[in-house]
Design a protein around this ligand. Sequence first.
Ligand SMILES: [Zn+2]
Length: 224
Amino acid sequence: MRGIEFLIPEAQEAADEFSARCWENNLDVKITDTLRSEAEQNALYAQGRTMPGEIVTSCRYPRSLHNWGVAFDFCRNERGREYDDGDGFFERCGAIAESLGLVWGGNFKKPDRPHIQLAKYSEDKTAAWLIETYERPALFMAERRFSALAITPELAMEIVLAGIHRLASEPADEWAENAMLWAYKNQIYKGDKTGNLMPKKPVTREELAQALMNYRGAFENDKQ
Ligand SMILES: [Zn+2]
């Protein structure tokens, strides 16, 4: 379970505002679930399928909006009565969420009353557009955080580059920096598990073949 600081900045604001508005209306809510990692999402997906328990999600990573930092769950802030809905608690909170321009899961075809998500980035209520546009949640979340900090894409790239330099066992010479950055951005060089691009290391035939294949992949993607 993670706090709202793991959401993208817009969703953090939305969660704060939602909680405050509920409180003003004598609805004491508690945020229970925000960002879910790949392992957490897939463990949840396994529940009721390959693992014991009831089915709780129809989404594998990264199809849940929780994987993108744009959704959060809530319950009643009352021990033992967290999901008690005898007095229409969730419906009233849901109405507040919708009045703030958020999407409440209680109105889904398969209702998910404790769930709220941003309307932005998921017009069809799914992660389809995010997956299509960003592929990986980390890229989307980094972009939203950079943009909230008013960091330009160029500066963001410099930060990434600084990270590459830091990780490199031996940094690339200045004349090769642009080429290294290009190869990295186009995923021709992917580096080792830690992101170390090993700029000074000789290339084996295996690595050359892989880099050529990566190049072809990048080129084909360009044409789509
Ligand atoms: Zn949820």
